[in-house]
Design a protein around this ligand. Structure first.
Ligand SMILES: [Zn+2]
Length: 125
């Protein structure tokens, strides 16, 4: 049996929304020590809608696939909806991740949360 689903492989080999948003409204960076993944998430938000999202991930296949899928899931969505995105939903959208790689999808959830918190912080200023 293959370790990764076809969807994971597809997002790993052809990640969506890779890059940087120079004038991002929210930026979040998180990492995990377990496999050394670092994920940086950029959000462009207009009228409470995530109009653009980009990410840079230095990490394992699961981390890259998770961030790619997560960006696809929140793009064009209201901020309130993105806040509710869970790593479980990301992993399900990827047709599953190996159990010992679930922490990599947690990173995607945390990166989005961190970027949204950054956005809220900037807005409050
Ligand atoms: Zn990882």
């Amino acid at each position: 049996m293959a370790l990764y689903s076809e969807t994971v492989m597809d997002h790993f080999l052809h990640p969506r929304n890779v890059g940087v948003i120079e004038d991002a409204d929210g930026v979040g960076e998180v990492g995990n020590a377990k496999c050394g993944d670092i994920m940086k998430m950029y959000l462009k938000i207009e009228n409470g809608i995530i109009v653009d999202v980009k990410f840079e991930t230095f990490g394992c296949a699961s981390a890259i696939a998770s961030s790619s899928m997560a960006t696809e899931m929140i793009k064009g969505k209201p901020v309130v909806e993105a806040m509710l995105l869970t790593n479980k939903a990301v992993a399900e959208a990827l047709d599953g991740l190996p159990a010992h790689k679930m922490h990599c999808s947690v990173l995607a959830e945390e990166a989005i949360q961190a970027a949204l918190e950054d956005y809220e912080r900037r807005k409050a200023e």
